[in-house]
Design a protein around this ligand. Sequence first.
Ligand SMILES: *[C@@H]1O[C@H](CO)[C@@H](O)[C@H](O)[C@H]1NC(C)=O
Ligand SMILES: *[C@@H]1O[C@H](CO)[C@@H](O)[C@H](O)[C@H]1NC(C)=O
Length: 204
Amino acid sequence: MESLFSTMIVLLLVSFSCLISTEALTSNYGNITVKWDLLNWTPDGYVAVVTAYNYQKQRSIPGWKMSWRGTKKEVIWNMLGAKTTGQGGCSMFKGNIPQSCVRKPTVVDLLPGTPFNQQIANCCKSGVLKPGSESAFQLSVGSAGNSVKTARMPANFMFTAPKQQYICGPSKNVRPTRFTTADKRRITAALMTWNITCVFHKAT
Ligand SMILES: *[C@@H]1O[C@H](CO)[C@@H](O)[C@H](O)[C@H]1NC(C)=O
Ligand SMILES: *[C@@H]1O[C@H](CO)[C@@H](O)[C@H](O)[C@H]1NC(C)=O
């Protein structure tokens, strides 16, 4: 009887915290949406462009950082438009060494003066994400799934900025983004698209 009672309490608490987290993710003041577009499969993973949209009407973000936990033992071979803050233990790799072997990589933006061959469109704004603007970077992920069935979304995604605290929801597998080629003659689509929505929680 007692254990049934405590099970019910636990269930109640769990459903209550779910309510809070979904509620927290809709805000009248807008959100940050981070979109992962997987563009190519590679022999050991994929190439993705990650774009953060600041849909907040008022709030500018100085110095964003993003971090997540890989659910396999993913590594980041290389990046354009951003970099990881640490490399971690890549000792199992010989010759070609990944940029990061950290289980929970943290990514920061690059400066506007970054050499062009390390940039992509919408990158390199020193981490400043103005209202209504977007920031993007590209990464090549290895030791990862390289098919729709085996690629795994990032877990525990976090979006942070100095003096601003955000809460992010889970990664969601959504309808793949469609792109129109520059000559508008062809529509292509991402292989997979994952969206994460984050809302401002409080100033710190
Ligand atoms: C985030 O904001 C955009 C733009 O206002 C909106 O279209 C989208 O539905 C919002 N996402 C969530 C999960 O509320
Ligand atoms: C995913 O995010 C992008 C960018 O905000 C948005 O255009 C798209 O509609 C979102 N997809 C879903 C299913 O929410």
